[in-house]
Design a protein around this ligand. Sequence first.
Ligand SMILES: [Zn+2]
Ligand SMILES: [Zn+2]
Length: 321
Amino acid sequence: MEDWDDDEFVSTGSGRFDRPTSASVWLGFIVVFISFCLLPESCFTWSEALWRTHQRLRREMLQLLRLSARGPVFKLLAGCLQPVLTLLAGCVRACSCGRLSSRCRPPHSLCAKASGPTEVMLIWTPLRLPNAFHDERYVIAWRPHSDSGEPLDLPWTEQLIDSNLYGTAQDGRWGTLVDGLPEAACLRVRLCSVNRLGRSKWSHEEVEVITLALLQEDGRPVQRPACARTRMVSAPGIQLCLQCSTPLSAKKCSRTHAKVACRPIFGPDCPHGPFCERCRNRVSEQALPCCVCRGLVDTWVEPAKPLQPAATSSVAALNSS
Ligand SMILES: [Zn+2]
Ligand SMILES: [Zn+2]
């Protein structure tokens, strides 16, 4: 009987294989095993035993994949492949000139920090779309408002933003510095995204900026000028969740206010809403469901009257000086 040498190459010079190596046997077995698991269930309707075997093998293969995904080898492979794929997507995005982009969606989590008497740092987060080749830029618009929050009949001044102050931040946030705003004015700043397919809607949040004068009444420059004041406000027609500040459109604001069982001790002026669906479910699941004012929630109702978009107390006053 001949010895079976696993490491021996068994291909002849003419390309004919005399004996399979153990590696090719294992490879063939794995291919057959994966092919068998990937076959649709409808192929085994004629045999219950075969169907059960197929289901069991498929479950075990999925479990094996799940465990492998947590292992160091898979993480190492993913760590090596991710930069390559990111670079490849960036090249395709640049070469396509935005032709592979999806339709823009409004950015969210807009916030602001004043950095001078007429300068504001804006920070926002783009909405992630399931398209690796999506490309977009942003338009910042501002215009004066009255101190009472009423819009003045003035056009918006727009500024195109195509570079991120944060560079390629891992969390995907964008930032830019808006300077040259009018002195001693109350302004509203809003944001949208834009690409070849057009603009998105405006952000659900707006920033109210109160800039300061650079000159004193006698015409001399202000010594050590303070920073402008900023606060977050909701866009017209948009309310924010009382608990998590998620923007809520008018359509989603029905039955989102809590009716408390008794008058709360803390926050007697609390409107008890609106709550987003997630917060409402979370509050309802509590043993003693409470509003943010600690009032015991009895039931959920529609608001007695449509609330005017108001300044958010939870995210407001990012910068008060
Ligand atoms: Zn919420
Ligand atoms: Zn309340």
